[in-house]
Design a protein around this ligand. Sequence first.
Ligand code: ADP
Length: 672
Amino acid sequence: MSIDPQAFTELADLSRELHVACDASGRIEWCDERARRLLDLDVGATLHERVAPGCEDKLREFLRLASGRPVRDWELPLLVHGRPATVTLGGLPRDGSILCVGHVIPGPFVRAMDQVNSMISDVVDLNRALRDEKNAVARQNDELVRLNSELSDSNRGVLALHAELEDAEHHKREDSEIKTRLVANLTHELRTPLHSILGLTQLLIDHSDGQLTPEQAKQVGFIRTSAQELLSLVNDVLELGRIESGHARMRVEPFDLSDFVASLRGSLRPLVPADAAVELVIDDPPAVRVESDQRKLGQIVRNLVSNAVKFTERGTVRLTCRVAGERLRVEVSDEGIGIAPADQERIFEEYAQVDHPLQQKLKGTGLGLPLSRRLATLLGGTLTVESEVGRGSTFVLDVPQRHDEAHAMRAMVERSRQRAPDSTSILVVEDDRKTLFLYEKYLVMAGFHVMPACTIEEAEAQMRENRPAAIVLDVMLDGDSSWGFLARVKNDPQTRDIPVLVVTVTNRADKARALGADEFWLKPVDQERLLRKLRELARPPARVSVLVIDDDETSRYLIRKHLAGTEYELLEAATGAEGVALAQQRHPRVILLDFLLDGTTAFDVLDDLKADPRTRSIPVIIVTSHVLDAVDQRRLLDEAEAVISKQNLSRELAINRIRDALRKLERSGERR
Ligand code: ADP
């Protein structure tokens, strides 16, 4: 391969390396072609002529050093034809001269390099910043991870707490149900003897059994007052207990305020003793309708008026009702002893009484005001006092004219009008609206249509509009009205086959069943169990076959009549043999067997039935007009489910016994 020497010349031109020999003062003794071209130097000139202003010392230092030893990479800024350039010099002392090798870096290149350098340092800075940032992010990330784990720890804690709370809530509900039941039973247990004492003392006071001596009359009077005080104490304690356990029942209903005040007049008058120097003034109320719990309102007002009369030796006690906006304001003012500011809140605490000479003379429990305040809260309002010692007090009850429940109830009745076409209607009679709302929620969620009723009147109105598939009767069955309703439903041929589930806090299962209730449950009611029961009760009943074996035509007729319109389908046999044959063919669910049949007794028929596996387990109820001796009775009860006398046979008894027998059979089937 031959190389063109011209190419070397061009290559040499591209090189920016130059050589100069100078003396120690910088005077050029010899220089090569590139030094001439690039730096415009020549022999005789000095390097000082080319140095950029301000850099002369740097050149002097180079020359000084290079006169004694080799120097490398000495950067020297120059100015050539007015253009800046930098030369990197190496110097070598030789025979009193300095041989220099330079490499020229032109100005633009230097500037570019500077820019690159500054860019590089920018990049370095950026990189550092990024690294810092990255570290900060990493630290934040670590913090987040830690927080996250803390959060999931506390989340687990919250879940556990939640479960615990739910558990506690469940127990609380159970406890409070038990407490309510206990309270309800106590109410009964304590009030009944007190009512008897009051009734009996009244008889004595009325001289129904002859005159009392004046001393005896005084003693009876004391007994009566003590019994009344005890009764009011029992009532207050029970009522407080009920409110505390969240079971105070609200009976919100619409009424005229004037009717309410008129009915109060009668019960307030006796609170003022005949010999008292106190006048009770009851202002006429405005003519408005109120929707609230009348009984509770009355209880509060009676309590306030009773206190006002007690703590006023002379003067006026005034009851005023006003309506402002949507609020009802009831004021009871007196001109009595008054209450010091320090005591004005304390008197609303249980058992709190103010020290005062008058107090010593009076009876009281210190429960009236706390109870009244809680009742006021239940009514959605407040009870406060303004008072001045020696001048008198004004107690102010401020409640909504329409209780929240009234609105909620209207909305529920409205909802009940929108019935899905093929939904099953359940009439729910429940005097506590909160519970009624709960029932509605459960039942509607399960696809039932709810006909809500708070009172028996509402229940009857609902029944006139629509025939429910089942009834849940959850009312305090103390009053006659609920029992009456149950009896009416079960006696009316139109409604007697609507199943009724009675739910209550007091154990009155016997009475409920005797009146025809299909089920009786004590509270609390479990949602699942309720839905299961309603699905079962509301199903159109499958016909249940019942075989009557009786040779007496009239007895069979009576049973046929009793069971008419029920789910029971009657098979009839006039002799024992006929009955056994029918039982073998048709497998009735229950047999009603007469004790004395033509020529045989129930024992023979029972033997035949027990001998055949097809009929062995059919429950048998003995129906007899025969008076059984103890031995027969015991023997029969061994083999039959029940023995009923024809004399007592009623529709309810027949149905109940059949149901009991079927239930027992079902249970033994479940056990097996
Ligand atoms: P009791 O009246 O049975 O003691 P309360 O709870 O009704 O219980 O009242 C608590 C106390 O508040 C009273 O004993 C009495 O000291 C004070 N108090 C209540 N009403 C008045 C009133 N109108 N004037 C002065 N003091 C009153």
